[in-house]
Design a protein around this ligand. Structure first.
Ligand SMILES: [Zn+2]
Length: 283
């Protein structure tokens, strides 16, 4: 049984640019905008559908999807009713990013992981909506020296699982390639060359790209499993940590950076939210 993991975000979806950025604004938080429902959802659905159809046509038996954009909002961005019957979604409350629950619901050894709708990290040049998890207050999040944002958290959660492809903004591929050099990179927009195609135009690009990526499966590599994860969470100007007297999970703090270590990736990612609790806005 070949099980594929898909992690979808939305800032890197086809058809969403600076000019129509309100398409990203989830209705549960921004009820004043209608573009997310009228347009944005169709964009990310088209990209995810292209991945699913290509995967199924390449012999994948089962797909598990995590739709992580505006985690905490109940309604999915992806129109699940448009996806093939082989697709299931991870069962997490309000789509919150509980990577431990997500990892536990997948097979021990899934066939591979694909990231789609992906944006670049905070600080990336020529990128659409670059940010690291949420910037501000997050300037950067490092795990074992790699600046990790949404792509990195998903791929590292599935450490040891072949990383097949990243689909998104041209600038998003840098993070993907730092995690696994042989990952197939499929662009759906490029701010540098002002290439802004519609999701109808990118559908065949994604479909054919995934067919090719799976044909090249023997060359795909995973982010390696290790038993030491060293983390650093750095804040942007305007924010600092309220430094605690003692820290039960082993975190240590400076004004704008927190450090911790863990033997497993899921604890390492969990502590991100522990450190996050100490973030204060400067007045
Ligand atoms: Zn997002």
């Amino acid at each position: 049984m070949k099980q594929l993991i898909i992690y979808a975000d939305m800032e890197g979806a086809s058809g969403i640019f600076d000019s129509n950025r309100k398409a990203l604004a989830h209705e549960e938080l921004y009820p004043q905008y209608s573009l997310w429902r009228e347009y944005g959802r169709d964009c990310i659905t088209s990209d995810v559908l292209a991945v699913c159809n290509a995967a199924i046509d390449s012999g994948i038996d089962e797909i598990l999807l995590y739709d992580g954009h505006f985690a905490g909002c109940r309604e999915h961005n992806v129109k699940l009713e448009k996806l093939p019957e082989q697709v299931r979604v991870f069962d997490v409350p309000n789509r919150e990013c509980h990577w431990d629950m997500i990892r536990a619901q997948a097979d021990m050894t899934p066939y591979g992981i694909i990231t789609v709708g992906q944006h670049a990290r905070n600080g990336a040049k020529d990128a659409y909506f670059p940010h690291t998890i949420h910037t501000p207050p997050i300037e950067a999040f490092y795990i074992n020296g790699i600046h990790v944002a949404e792509i990195g958290q998903a791929v590292m959660t599935f450490s040891g699982v072949p990383y097949i492809a990243n689909i998104g903004c041209e600038a998003s591929h840098e993070e993907a390639q730092e995690l696994s050099t042989n990952v197939s990179c499929i662009s759906v927009k490029d701010r540098k060359s002002k290439w802004e195609p519609s999701s109808e135009e990118t559908y065949p690009i994604i479909y054919n790209g995934i067919i090719g990526a799976i044909q090249d499966y023997s060359n795909k590599t995973a982010f390696p499993l290790t038993d030491e994860y060293e983390c650093e969470l750095v804040l942007t100007d305007g924010f600092h940590y309220e430094i605690p007297e003692k820290c039960e999970w082993g975190g240590s703090f400076e004004k704008r950076s927190a450090h911790w270590k863990s033997k497993d990736i899921l604890t390492a990612l969990d502590c991100f939210w522990e450190a996050h609790n100490y973030i204060q806005k400067e007045c």
